[in-house]
Design a protein. Structure first.
Length: 161
């Protein structure tokens, strides 16, 4: 397991670019909101801790993880430097999990290829609710924190490329 014995919230703040002038869009799935709210808190707090003004963080909610694609596409039009797509899909008894996970991953990949605004994939795809809890502020830290650090780094790459 990739996150075994690893806290996703650990990072070296001295290696993070100055983020005070960047604008971020965060699109959050309402499905599994206990998890997505934890991820949002991790992302939002990390952006603020790294100098981003709260006025430079725009949040939109969408019904589910599949809708993150459209939400992220529309957020790219909002004069942001990076979009973070936050969702949680938990394995059930049907193939629905596979279709949603594949569709969201491919859709966000497509947005990164087609448009010039990076979209960060912060969608947990876990087998159990417990795994999701552990990655959204639990014993493995917070994937939202990791997504925010990736977003800052991608904003800097976009600015300097």
């Amino acid at each position: 397991m990739a996150t075994e014995n690893k806290n996703l919230s650990d990072y070296d703040k001295t290696t993070i670019p100055n983020a005070s002038h960047y604008r971020f869009g965060i699109v959050v799935s309402e499905w599994n909101d206990t998890i997505t709210e934890g991820l949002y808190k991790g992302a939002h707090d990390t952006l603020v801790e790294n100098g981003v003004l709260t006025s430079n963080i725009k949040r939109w909610d969408v019904p589910g993880s599949f809708e993150l694609i459209y939400g992220a596409k529309k957020m790219q039009e909002q004069h942001v430097d990076v979009v973070i797509a936050i969702g949680s899909v938990i394995q059930g008894e049907t193939k629905h999990f596979d279709f949603v996970c594949e569709g969201v991953a491919q859709g966000i990949k497509d947005l990164n290829i087609i448009n010039d605004i990076p979209v960060i994939f912060c969608v947990l795809t876990d087998n159990t609710m417990q795994q999701a809890i552990e990655r959204s502020g639990g014993k493995h830290g917070n994937k939202g924190t990791e997504a925010a650090i990736a977003a800052i780094k991608m904003a800097a790459l976009r600015e300097h490329s």
